[in-house]
Design a protein around this ligand. Structure first.
Ligand code: UD1
Length: 424
């Protein structure tokens, strides 16, 4: 296992190229099950989660060809040879649940392992199951598996989600695209990654209205065709680097980032003393003050502030002037970075789902442990401004979601290296 050592105190300046979004690539890839013609994707990030999902798809009979240099991925669902996604593969990556809807829609049968708990909370899949049941799937839970059947195909229906869920919206959208008739999804998620999936399904032949709103109407088709698609830029990666630039000072340009997908950051960042500007193709980050101000932030479904940037924002608050209150409303147990940040000298008090962060003048480098994907990167950010060296252990979480993090940060002036963990 590897670790990352960061030597704090360097300003970041220059351009960082933003990769395709992990959270868009994963559902897009599952859409390959819907068609017997190949899908070609560009800007697919070279990440462990992408490789894990490829394994799941290959197990189902989808042929996957990935070129990590060109970032092109071709998925050919010409012959689906299995309808089972086993526990050994699904447990590596929760998003494998997204094969459920496409499988039952195309094959009339699916058996997918329940993903089980995960480090950031219980994360149930009841909304996925209820949504597919509305489209006529018969579903039973046996021996840790979800078995879904629709021998005569799925039928369009109205599906109201009792809670906004990105994954459930995606699963039901894909299934509805191959269902007979029209489906209307209400209280649907509005994330740019949902819009990206919808745009792919439209290119494949589905008729969809209302993308980016909470009411999505899908007119299903008996067949969907192959096509080519470029994955939307990763707004979470862009947001993470924006926070890195804000913390260290300097001017950073985020190439490929779309300012429209970062609206929730503009106001809190400005209050903190950072200006974000740009257009659909790039975002400029500029710190306006010598020392940042504390601000309050609450996570919400899109277009609110994303839970996937909560840990990074907290890291920024640890060195701001004054206090900031961070409230997490999406996942329970998503403050695992707090004790690690405290090891570096941060002053944070957690009360239920809120964390009061009192800024300190300086953090101090320390050995810390990565616990989940976004928590891990918050420790790297803290290391960038800490005195001395910070070593982040168990960084395999980072490989799940950040493409070439060390190279990208080093490219704009950070001092950090990836190294092998010495044998115990
Ligand atoms: C996706 C993202 C993840 C992000 C999250 C919230 C991917 C691959 N992952 O995860 O990075 O943090 O959105 O923006 O895109 N819930 C239920 N029942 C369900 C499904 C969800 O109660 O059947 C709850 C969850 O526990 C959570 C909330 O709904 O409290 C939102 O979860 P959801 O939007 O589904 O997250 P994911 O799609 O798993």
């Amino acid at each position: 296992m590897d670790k990352i050592r960061i030597y704090g105190g360097n300003e970041l300046n220059g351009t960082i190229e933003i990769s395709g979004a992990k959270n868009a690539a994963l559902p897009l890839m599952c859409a390959a099950i819907l068609s017997d013609q190949p899908l070609t994707f560009n800007r697919v990030p070279d990440l462990k989660d992408v490789l894990s999902l490829n394994e799941v798809l290959e197990q189902l009979g989808v042929k996957a060809q990935y070129n990590s240099t060109t970032k092109k991925l071709i998925l050919d669902g010409g012959s689906i040879t299995s309808t089972e996604a086993p526990y050994e593969l699904v447990r590596k990556m929760r998003a494998s649940i997204l094969v459920l809807g496409p499988l039952v829609a195309r094959m009339g049968d699916a058996k997918v392992s329940l993903p089980g708990g995960c480090a950031i909370g219980t994360r149930p899949v009841d909304l996925h199951i209820e949504g597919l049941k509305r489209l006529g799937a018969e579903i039973e839970l046996t021996e840790g598996y979800i078995r879904a059947r629709a021998p005569n195909g799925l039928v369009g229906a109205s599906v109201h989600f009792t809670k906004v869920s990105v994954g459930a919206t995606e699963n039901v959208m894909m299934a509805a695209a191959l269902a007979k008739g029209t489906s209307v999804l209400t209280n649907a998620a509005r994330e740019p990654e949902i819009v990206d999936l919808g745009e792919l399904l439209i290119k494949m032949g589905a008729e969809i209205e209302g993308l980016g709103t909470d009411k999505i109407t899908i007119h299903g088709k008996p067949f969907l065709r192959g096509t080519e698609h470029t994955v939307v830029a990763d707004r979470i990666e862009a947001g993470t680097f924006a926070i890195a630039a804000a913390m260290t000072g300097g001017n950073v340009i985020l190439k490929n980032a779309d300012i429209r997908h970062l609206q929730y950051m503009i106001e809190p960042m400005l209050k903190a003393g950072v200006e974000l500007s740009g257009d659909e193709h790039h975002v400029n980050v500029k710190r306006l003050r010598a020392r940042l101000h504390g601000v309050d932030v609450m996570t919400e479904p899109y277009p609110g502030f994303p839970t996937d940037l909560q840990a990074q924002m907290m890291s920024m608050m640890t060195v701001a002037e004054g206090a900031g209150m961070i409230t997490e409303t999406i996942f329970e147990n998503r403050f695992m970075h707090v004790p690690e940040l405290a090891r570096m000298g941060a002053d944070i008090t957690v009360h239920g789902s809120s964390a009061l962060v009192r800024g300190v003048a300086k953090l101090k480098g320390a050995p810390v442990m990565a616990t989940d994907l976004r928590a891990s990167v918050s420790l790297i950010l803290a290391g960038l401004v800490a005195d001395g060296a910070t070593t982040v252990h168990r960084i395999y979480h980072l490989d799940r979601g950040y493409e070439d993090l060390v190279g990208k940060l080093a490219g704009v002036g950070a001092k950090l290296e990836r190294m092998k963990e010495e044998a115990a």
